[in-house]
Structures are given as structure tokens and as C-alpha cells.
Design a protein around this ligand. Structure first.
Ligand code: HEC
Ligand code: HEC
Length: 277
């Protein structure tokens, strides 16, 4: 391709469509960066990623105690909760309701409706998938390993073929088409699926897909928390080969350039300038 110098994406001769996509993707990336920034602040405090309640908050110190969760119950509740207040609420409430039952303590003190904000990638802005957003909040409350488990959840989500068939005995539309989004963004996740399925965003099939994705994501959190409880949690996500070389040069303090923030799959939005054309 032409020069990889200044803003090669915008000058990419593949045309306007791509340029338009990138402009909107930029807005999405900004939304995510804000979320990431908050998480980043929270984890810098303890060094080990653990946060403890400040004297002023009056809340019980983290992590809150939890007991083993019924993974399939969480999955079903996530699916059902989606139809109440959306994906973020669905995932958070599935976990919180189940945690309240098994573990009590502070778990029942959280007003679950607060997670309504996350629907559609935060008030339908298409940024961070709400099922991730709601799940990450609960992980942060539940485990001192929240940074590792949360990172694993994000990576897993980007490579998982949603939706699973594990809802098929009770859902409205079983055996749906699956797609791997390669992205934690609602916009990308939904559009990748809707394109392949030939579905409109506001039709029943898309809601079913997102309801199942909500349950699948919350269920995976339950699985990981169960493993962590037994001291058996191990991260499985590895940066896929298609962009791990990008990371080495562009991402992180020790990288050559250290000029971009984020762990999203670069080639969703950028061309690979290391491959000659
Ligand atoms: C061997 C190191 C290396 C690798 C690997 C690499 N890059 Fe780069 N990248 C560079 C350098 C050096 C520049 C040029 C910086 C400049 O001219 O300011 C650059 C420029 C860019 C730019 C334009 C930045 C600007 O300042 O306009 C983007 C976007 C980019 N790379 C993305 C990627 C992506 C995506 C990948 C992986 C698919 C990747 N890079 C892999 C070293 C690398
Ligand atoms: C969701 C889309 C998206 C993803 C994913 C993404 N980028 Fe970008 N990136 C952008 C946009 C939009 C810009 C700003 C474009 C511009 O400056 O013209 C940008 C800018 C950059 C720049 C230029 C920064 C500067 O200071 O000029 C670099 C370098 C870059 N990205 C590298 C990466 C790498 C490496 C990855 C993967 C780890 C990545 N990007 C993932 C959308 C994305």
C-alpha cells in the first residue's frame, strides 16, 4: 500500500466506505478508552490490582466473599435478564442474583437496575458490549484477581463464536448463525453477526442473539470465578498472531513506539503496513 506515514488509514485508497467506518470506529474507540481509563485508575492503587474500600464509602472492603455458582443457571438468567433492561443489566443481574442466593453478604445491596445504562454499548452508542461491561463490574467486586479474570473475559469474548447453542432448550429461536467479532465493541459484534445472518438490528433474531450472548458471557464469568475459588483459574487468551507483532512495536511502555493505547485487534480497523503489497 502507499505510505504508512501519516494517517495511512484515512488515505487508504480503498475508498470512502472504509474512511467512514474508521471515523465512526474512532468514536467507539474513544468510548472504550474512557472505560479503560477508569478501570486503569482503580487497579493502580493496590499495585496488585486489588482495591479496598475507602473509609468514606462505608462499603464492605473488596473482594466480597462468594461461593460456587451454578453456571447454567447464570446462563439462563442472563438470557432472560436481557429482555428486561438489556445486555449489561442481563449479565450483571444474572451474576448478582445468583451471588445473593449463594453468598448473601453485600451482594444483595446493589440496585441491579443501575446496569440499564450499558445496553447497546452504553445508551446505544455501540461502545463496550454491555454483557462485558456488567460482567466486569461484578468480577471487580468478586475477586482480587479481577484484572486477570477481566482481561481473560475480554480476550475470550473477541474470539468466541456467539451465540452458543446452550440456550436452545428454552429460547425462542434455536440454532442461530454464529460469528466471531474479533472486537469487544458492541457495534462490531452486532454488525458482524447481523451482516452474516442477514438480520436487521431491531428484529427478533438479533435480540435473541444478544440475549444468548449475554447469558454466555455471564456463564463464562461464573466458570472463571468458580475456578478462581478453587485456585485453578488460568488465563487462556493469547493475542492472536494476526496482530501480536503490532503490539510489540506499538503497545505498552516497553514497545518500540508506545504510541497507541488498547488491546483490541488492530486489523479490524487498520491495514497491516508490515505486509508489502
Ligand atoms: C517492526 C515494528 C512495527 C510493527 C510490527 C508494526 N508497526 Fe506500525 N509502525 C511502525 C513504525 C516505525 C511506524 C511509522 C511511525 C511514523 O512514521 O511516525 C508505524 C506506523 C503505523 C501507523 C501510522 C501511525 C502514524 O503515526 O500515522 C499505524 C496506524 C500502524 N503503524 C499500525 C500498525 C498495525 C495495525 C500493525 C500490525 C498489523 C503494525 N503497525 C505493526 C512500526 C511497526
Ligand atoms: C476500533 C478501531 C481501531 C482499532 C481496533 C485500533 N485502532 Fe488504531 N486508530 C484508530 C483510529 C480511528 C485512529 C485515528 C486515525 C487517524 O489518526 O487518522 C487510530 C490511530 C492509530 C495510530 C496513530 C497514533 C498517532 O499517534 O498518530 C496508531 C499507531 C494505531 N492506531 C495503532 C493501532 C494498533 C497497533 C492497534 C492494535 C493494538 C490499533 N491501532 C487498533 C482505530 C483503531
Amino acid at each position: 500500500m502507499a505510505k504508512a506515514k501519516n494517517r495511512p488509514i484515512v488515505e487508504d485508497n480503498s475508498g470512502l466506505t472504509r474512511r467512514k467506518f474508521l471515523v465512526s470506529a474512532g468514536a467507539l474507540a474513544t468510548g472504550l478508552a474512557v472505560t479503560g481509563g477508569i478501570a486503569g485508575c482503580a487497579s493502580t492503587g493496590g499495585g496488585g490490582g486489588n482495591t479496598s474500600a475507602t473509609a468514606s464509602s462505608g462499603a464492605a472492603p473488596l473482594p466480597w466473599k462468594y461461593q460456587k455458582l451454578d453456571v447454567e443457571l447464570v446462563r439462563k438468567r442472563g438470557y432472560e435478564g436481557y429482555y428486561k433492561f438489556g445486555c449489561c443489566y442481563g449479565a450483571a443481574s444474572a451474576l448478582l442474583t445468583t451471588l445473593t442466593e449463594t453468598s448473601g453478604g453485600s451482594w444483595g445491596t446493589i440496585p441491579q437496575e443501575m446496569f440499564a445504562y450499558g445496553a447497546g454499548g452504553a445508551y446505544s452508542w455501540g461502545t463496550l458490549c454491555g454483557a462485558l461491561n456488567g460482567s466486569l463490574a461484578v468480577i471487580n467486586l468478586a475477586s482480587e484477581k479481577h484484572a486477570d479474570i477481566g482481561n481473560e473475559l475480554m480476550g475470550w469474548y473477541t474470539e468466541f463464536p456467539f451465540p452458543s447453542e446452550k440456550h436452545d432448550s428454552y429460547c425462542k429461536i434455536p440454532k442461530q448463525m454464529t460469528t466471531v467479532s474479533k472486537s469487544p465493541l458492541c457495534h462490531v459484534s452486532v454488525s458482524t453477526w447481523a451482516n452474516k445472518a442477514g438480520a436487521r438490528i431491531n428484529e427478533e433474531a438479533k435480540k435473541e442473539r444478544c440475549a444468548k450472548l449475554t447469558g454466555d458471557t455471564a456463564a463464562h464469568v461464573a466458570e472463571m470465578l468458580n475456578m478462581a475459588l478453587e485456585g485453578k483459574f488460568a488465563a487462556a487468551y493469547a493475542v492472536p498472531g494476526e496482530f501480536d507483532h503490532c503490539m510489540k512495536c506499538h503497545q505498552g511502555e516497553k514497545s518500540q513506539l508506545d504510541n497507541q493505547q488498547g488491546k483490541m485487534n488492530c486489523i479490524s480497523c487498520h491495514d497491516d503496513h508490515t505486509k508489502n503489497k
